[in-house]
Write a protein that binds this ligand. Sequence first.
Ligand SMILES: NC(=O)c1ccc[n+]([C@@H]2O[C@H](COP(=O)([O-])OP(=O)(O)OC[C@H]3O[C@@H](n4cnc5c(N)ncnc54)[C@H](O)[C@@H]3O)[C@@H](O)[C@H]2O)c1
Length: 485
Amino acid sequence: MGNNRRDFLKMAAMAGLSIPAANALYAKGLDDEKNFGVLPKRIEEYQTNHKQRFNMSGYAAPKISTVRMGIIGTGNRGSHHAGTISRVSDVEIKAAADVLPERFERIKKNLENTDHNPEYYSGSDDAWKELCERKDLDLILITTPTYMHASMAVYAMEQGKHVITEVPAAVTIDECWDLVKTSERTKKHCMMMENYSFMPFHITTLNMAKQGFFGDIVHGDGAYNTSKMGNNFGKNMYWNMWWLRMYGSRKGNIYPTHGMGPIAQMMNINRGDRFDLMVSMESNDFMMQGKAKELAEDDPFFEEFTKMEYRGNMSSMLIKTKQGRTLNIQHDATSPSPHNLIHGVYGTKGAVLFDPAPPRISTGNHKWTDKKTYDELIEKYKPGLLHKFEDFRKGLGADLKSGHGGSDLINVWHIIDCLRTGLPLDQDVYDAAAFSSVVELSEWSVLNNSNSIKVPDFTAGAWKTNKPNMDINLENGSGDTRIFG
Ligand SMILES: NC(=O)c1ccc[n+]([C@@H]2O[C@H](COP(=O)([O-])OP(=O)(O)OC[C@H]3O[C@@H](n4cnc5c(N)ncnc54)[C@H](O)[C@@H]3O)[C@@H](O)[C@H]2O)c1
């Protein structure tokens, strides 16, 4: 397949195809490439020719006093984010777009009794572009199906907007490079909202890593293992059954970032280390096609899903870093076993393990600590960001609950505060690209007898000198952005 993604999308647009239809066709084309081993060669050629235009690592954009936002995609996640954002000061949701106008009901409900009164865009697959073109927006949040994120993010940055996008930020290597090139050219932030990196235990363990608790980190196990069978086969759960279609058309880890992101942060990926190569293997599908057949017996709606070749139920990948560390990342959305993020991180002096509960810490004496020592260590290494969060909680006298163990609110609050104060964001476009690149790389590896493949260096060598960020101790300070109850 000679065309690159952009040429392909241009052709598709000329042929009147929508983004989802074009992406579906492109994914088919990618299969040809993978089977003929073209991807590793293309990665190598691209790497050789790519020069970094501007280093976005540590980049601080000019301050924005009130952050004016637009949201693309107001389904489950977009509506939820809107509710979370409404609890943060100095941000205004001015616009929201969705291809289905009925999807505005939930966001409207979540914004009832708040100061946010967005203008709504719908009516075509491309109505979101009008939102991006508005002159009075600073930041675009993308919460559409995963395979739309990158093209929407590129367009938004080209319209002069900072971008925060749901996970993963991209689903192909070409898209990852598009994000990097566009962010460097426009000097607009492109941050993936890897919210699990902000879960209290996870940022505390990141602080432990920063303070040297682990000695040298050698290895990390991470996962997003949680049964989504009910959701994925739910008729009204997701737009156009997009998750089921993904599981039925792709291989490899299509949802890698929750397991990987927090560990990659602890290993200073893109800032002193980087992903070097990876391999991936997956089980067969033992559950999804069977479920589709069972449902189709009573409901012809599921007939088309009985013919899909589902991704294996358990996807595993191993990544080796340039500094010789390893990551073992799993994704399983089918097993009825308990939700499991693992988050096991092992160093020369200490270790932690989040799942299965209860979370544990080892000081490197072949044992997990007792509860009292565990509590003392968690308190000792609690990062400034969590202290600040607790100050809000005490000030409000309220339990500041939010999705995913509070991480959704902490994540959004800190993004807004950094934009308002003129500080670098916690993650940058190189993180978005590296963490998302394994979607296609793992697929390639599965399709090629679990062979290893090189991970692109999206920083073009700058990882050697980039400084650690994710300022969880607020060493660069913080602004006056507040959280409401
Ligand atoms: N970080 C997390 O914890 C977390 C949790 C859940 C989902 N997610 C991510 O959030 C994203 C959205 O997931 P979801 O569960 O909300 O899915 P969803 O199907 O509920 O929402 C997607 C929305 O996008 C809309 N959409 C489709 N095409 C569009 C277009 N051309 N223009 C505008 N809108 C369009 C759909 O109508 C739908 O409302 C995904 O990327 C998913 O990976 C992240």
